[in-house]
Design a protein around this ligand. Structure first.
Ligand SMILES: Cc1ncc(C[n+]2csc(CCOP(=O)(O)OP(=O)(O)O)c2C)c(N)n1
Ligand SMILES: [Mg+2]
Length: 316
């Protein structure tokens, strides 16, 4: 892989890691409230996907690092977590609702599996419009047990839609181990009858990047959707309120040994990795300061963006 690209992937993973450390700290200090799903450990997957895919993307609630890698600034994503006016969703969405049509990034969704049919609809629209880039949807292993998932793989396959289904298989749905709720531990088994499936090491950013590039090319050929299963593991609980007690220390050690940042660091020039770490720490400090200083949304705008002007007259 090209050296500059490798450095960019390293920078983005490190930015994501420090962003999440700062989010956690600011949550416990009371500046962030509500839900918070950290991506620590899964950065290789999040960065690899967002850097490689050109079309429209739909993600789960664990999307801070994906949003950053797509091109949102650390300042506006952090301000969103703080619920401030300068956040990417104007402080109204919070952790699970990063959204940017300019970057073809359509969330951020709190409903498990709820965004999969949305991505199917978008892929349908793109095909209808004659656009070749198509769409990509990321979801957890838990979402593959939802009815909407099965309906989506069926219709996407029947209509030969340009859509990449990307399952981040970290083997847990909150604290429930995969074999308790799924007939298969490899989710590709559920999909094989509908479309080609590929397994990739989700802890290896280069492997993810290359697999997504190939998948992007595949859907452009008009042959229909493709399913990628990225095997990964998160270093934290499901969300900030999950103490992660269901995994043994042995299992956690094995998981942390797969750290995607450490892995890529061995291929990066030491001077670069030292320089970039200082830069990332500063960028995150500035993002936190920006979020602290950004104003709260005004109470008078409570109904803004909820109704049309006409609808507002009836609502109030
Ligand atoms: C429709 C719906 N059902 C239940 C929930 C509660 N819930 C949130 S995340 C989750 C587990 C989803 O599985 P997965 O994406 O594999 O979880 P993770 O790896 O993020 O822990 C559940 C059941 C929800 N948000 N939406
Ligand atoms: Mg999971």
């Amino acid at each position: 892989m090209d050296k500059t690209l490798m450095q960019d992937l390293y920078y983005s993973m490190l930015l994501g890691r420090y962003f999440e450390y700062a989010a956690k700290e600011n949550y416990f200090q009371g500046s962030i409230s509500g839900f918070l799903h950290l991506d620590i450990g899964q950065e290789g997957l999040s960065v690899g996907v967002m850097k490689a895919f050109e079309g429209d993307v739909f993600t789960t609630y664990r999307e801070h690092v994906m949003a950053l890698s797509r091109g949102m600034s650390a300042k506006t994503v952090m301000a969103e977590l703080f619920g401030k006016i300068d956040g990417v969703s104007k402080g109204r969405g919070g952790s699970m609702h990063m959204f940017s049509p300019e970057l073809n990034f359509y969330g951020g969704d709190a409903i498990v599996g709820g965004h999969i049919p949305n991505a199917v609809g978008c892929a349908y629209a793109r095909k209808y419009q004659g656009k070749k880039t198509g769409s990509l949807v990321v979801f957890g292993d838990g979402a593959t047990n939802c009815g909407g998932f099965f309906e989506s793989i069926n219709i996407a396959s029947a209509q030969k839609l340009p859509l990449v289904f990307l399952c981040e298989n970290n083997q847990y749905a909150i604290g429930t181990r995969i074999d308790k709720v799924s007939s298969f531990t490899k989710q590709a088994k559920k999909v094989e009858a509908y479309m080609p499936t590929v397994e990739v090491d989700g802890m290896d950013v280069i492997a993810v990047y290359e697999a997504i590039k190939k998948a992007g090319e595949y859907i452009k050929e008009g042959k229909g959707p493709i399913f990628i299963e990225a095997m990964t593991c998160r270093f934290e609980g499901h969300s900030i309120s999950d103490a992660n007690k269901y995994r043994s220390s042995k299992e956690m050690k094995e998981c942390k040994d797969l750290d995607p940042i450490k892995k890529l660091k061995t291929l990066i020039n030491e001077d670069y990795s030292e320089k970039i770490e200082i830069q990332v720490i500063q960028e995150i400090e500035e993002a936190v300061a920006f979020a602290q200083e950004s104003p709260e949304p005004s109470l008078k705008d409570l109904y803004k963006y909820m109704f049309t002007q006409e609808g507002l007259k009836h609502a109030l």
